[in-house]
Design a protein around this ligand. Structure first.
Ligand SMILES: O=C(O)[C@H]1O[C@H](OP(=O)(O)OP(=O)(O)OC[C@H]2O[C@@H](n3ccc(=O)[nH]c3=O)[C@H](O)[C@@H]2O)[C@H](O)[C@@H](O)[C@@H]1O
Length: 429
């Protein structure tokens, strides 16, 4: 029976047929090897590109990063040194922020080890953060410049120091700014938090973590005063939603990895070295500059009220939380037993309306405010906040002692000494 080849090439002699099939085999082999060589070439090209990229990345990190090196490690170690028996060594994130700087100073004052971390972002005037850093530095506290999302940096810090505690205060703060820049809340309050927890869970020993949640998690809750057991599933702003998410996220790390976690719901904290984006601060600046201030009002002209809490009371609450935090049980990413998971309100228990806050500022500044009342826009604000603090009182003796009148007097004294009467304090946004 003729082969297919015979049929296609009926006059072809047998030897020639063999040569043809050899040649075809050869051609086929040659084209396979060429493809193989091409593939090899492409793999080599990709690999060298990737290693070049990582070389560029690490090179640029060493050229631009403000951390790393023997001298840097020495500064971190020295700052983390404990100077009292039974003391703790704390990594304070957001250390040049308002609450972070106060807590860092208080820890250092009583002889604990403190290392700060801050990204010095420009949400508000970074020169204020630099001034706070100078203050910390004058007390021997070293602040590392870096972002929470930098896993290599966080891992390095835990390589250098076996922190017993993390006081996590770095966050994208502010209720209304979430309308302008929602992604920054996800970046810091969600992604940054998870990154930090990943490093803490893997650390050996694991630190205990105390972190800043917010009174805003109560959202549209109307039951007063707000207790930790009240519902927190009706956030009014993206900021509140990210803080609430933080409470859930920390719970899972406690449950899976045995991290000891304490979340603190701060109620509108104010005081010297405060945040320029907050009402009491921006009102002060505008009143002194003769500019009008906008006062939001609720429906039917109802005044908004806040449980304004003085910074020194908050600092006491933070230190009490650290001291009573309990220990994480896991190590190297493995849980070895149940660890504490706690949430506390840190408020003042006596709400004051915004117009009364302005009255007090006028009195201390000796300048009349130009008040411009507007109906509360749908910007994430809630009408009032009011803390029940009995849990924190029972657990670690939390007891706020500064009323708004006294606290604002101290704030105004600081403000005038820092900016002077002809204030040029800037808000970045
Ligand atoms: O307690 C909290 O958890 C929150 O407290 C503050 O948020 P907020 O209470 O809104 O503080 P301010 O921005 O200082 O506002 C205080 C009051 O003044 C009002 N306000 C603010 C700004 C303004 O121009 N006019 C005005 O009437 C607000 O509506 C609010 O009722 C902080 O900004 C948040 O970061 C923090 O998490």
């Amino acid at each position: 029976m003729p082969s297919i080849e015979d049929e296609l090439f009926p006059s072809t002699p047998g030897k020639f047929k063999i040569d043809r099939s050899n040649r075809q085999l050869h051609r086929c082999f040659a084209s396979t090897s060429t493809m193989f060589l091409w593939a090899l070439f492409l793999i080599a090209l990709t690999a060298s590109y990737l290693s070049f990229q990582s070389f560029v990345d690490s090179g640029s990190r060493y050229l631009t990063a403000s951390w790393g090196g023997i001298q840097w490690e020495k500064q971190v170690r020295t700052s983390a040194q404990i100077h009292r028996s039974g003391g703790i060594s704390v990594l304070v994130t957001g250390a040049t922020g308002f609450v972070g700087s106060h807590v860092s100073l208080a820890l250092r004052k009583r002889g604990d080890g403190v290392v700060g971390l801050d990204n010095f972002n420009n949400y508000y005037d970074p020169s204020l953060k630099r001034a706070r850093r100078s203050l910390l530095s004058s007390r021997g506290i070293f602040v590392v410049e870096g972002d929470l999302n930098d896993a290599k940096l966080l891992a390095k810090l835990f390589d250098v120091v076996a922190f017993t505690h993390v006081m996590h205060l770095a966050a994208q703060a502010g209720v209304r700014y979430a309308l302008e820049n929602p992604q920054s809340y996800v970046h810091s309050n969600i992604a940054g938090l998870v990154n930090l927890l990943e490093i803490c869970k893997a650390a050996n020993p694991q630190p205990a973590i105390v972190w800043a949640s917010s009174s805003s998690v109560y959202g549209l809750n109307e039951k007063v005063p707000f207790s930790e057991s009240d519902r927190t599933d009706q956030p009014a702003s993206l900021y509140a939603a990210t803080k609430k998410a933080g409470e859930e996220i920390t719970h899972t790390y406690n449950h899976i990895y045995g991290l000891a976690i304490t979340g603190l719901r701060f109620f509108t904290v104010y005081g010297p070295w405060g945040r320029p984006d907050m009402a009491y601060f921006s009102f002060t600046r505008n009143i002194l500059q003769g500019k009008p201030i906008t006062i939001y009002r609720g429906k039917n002209r109802v005044d908004l009220a806040r449980d304004f809490t003085y910074i020194d009371d908050i600092v006491k609450g933070c230190l009490g939380s650290l001291d009573s935090s309990g220990k994480s049980t896991g190590s190297g990413g493995k849980k070895r037993g149940a660890a504490p998971y706690r949430i506390f309100n840190l408020g003042n228990t006596s709400p004051v309306t915004v117009p009364i806050l302005v009255d007090i500022l006028e009195k201390h500044l000796k300048v009349k405010a130009k008040r411009n009342f507007v109906e509360m826009p749908g910007n994430g604000d809630v009408p009032f906040t009011h803390a029940n603090i009995s849990s924190a009182r029972n657990e670690f003796g939390y007891k706020p002692t500064t009323d708004l009148e006294t606290g604002l007097k101290k704030f105004v004294r600081w403000y005038l000494s820092y900016y002077g009467y002809n204030t040029k304090a800037k808000l970045v946004h």
